[in-house]
Ligand binder design. Sequence first.
Ligand code: ASP
Length: 348
Amino acid sequence: MTTVETGSRVIVYALGGTIAMSSTLSGGVAPALSAHDLLAAVPGLAESGVTVEVQDFRRVPGASLTLSDISALATAISERLTDVDGAVITQGTDTIEEAAYLLDLLHAGPQPIIVTGAMRAPTLAGADGPANILAAILTAASPHARNQGVLVVFGDEIHAARRVRKTHTTSPATFQSPNGGPLGYLVEGRPRLLNRLTHRTVVPAEPADSIRVAVVPVALGDDGTTVRLLGDHVDGLVLAGFGAGHVPSDLVPALETLCARVPVVLSSRTGGGSVLAATYGFPGSERDLLARGLISAGYLDPYKARILLLTLLATGCDHSTIATAFGAAGGIADPGTWPWPTDFSQGN
Ligand code: ASP
């Protein structure tokens, strides 16, 4: 059934989320199950040939995970990766797209780190947690998943952390990669990567609690009040603009003022595609905003752009390095321009 090598070792970190929830006396479900409980419910795991170790790391809903939790997890994993083949994280799906990307920016090793969860709690018919955990463990143990950074495995699909988004409130097929699609699939328990990432982007710093980056969605008739009010309270701002990176002309002066003080990143609120650079010429267009000093997020969605900006600010690097990093990580410049290149070829 599997492609894993006999004797593969995987460590599973449980952080809570729907996958670990059970009914509460006051109604609804809340995180309650341990990592051990989660694995005990996975059919086929014992026959997989993978030796699995478990760690209860946090037991919270995805919404209550913090940047510090994820940084601490990255450190804990890196301390164990010399004696395991890969790691799996189970957590709330609400924040998987951000947590996975932060882990990806902090993970320099060749070992696969796989994030998964569930959309249906163990109390529901058709709970998807056990299948997702098994698929995640098999991917973490697979030599084919090495050197791809952090992956999200869900519904037998394998997604790159930098591209994956939660796109539906309830569907078990909620995780999608609008830019490029999944990297691969699990078929009969075998992870198959049809596309491989050609570069990694590792940042030599983790976000600091003292650094604040806001995501501001642009909306019809926005006159810049929100940006002006926030301006003095942030170290950076990610704008989720209309379409290919547009804002109302009334918002432009506030952005130009803010840009002179902190990095302002221009992303799109559409959920797919790249911010443009050279098409529209009206006030508030992408050409206008980039000429005024905003930084393009490229293909990164607003939430991933925020995670990247938080980590870049933590390095203390200057504005031009931040812009260069966004070009490479956003997929709109040569990946070789990434400011902290690492040779991953030795890790295979
Ligand atoms: N619906 C979420 C989940 O799938 C709740 C959470 O993120 O904790 O886990």
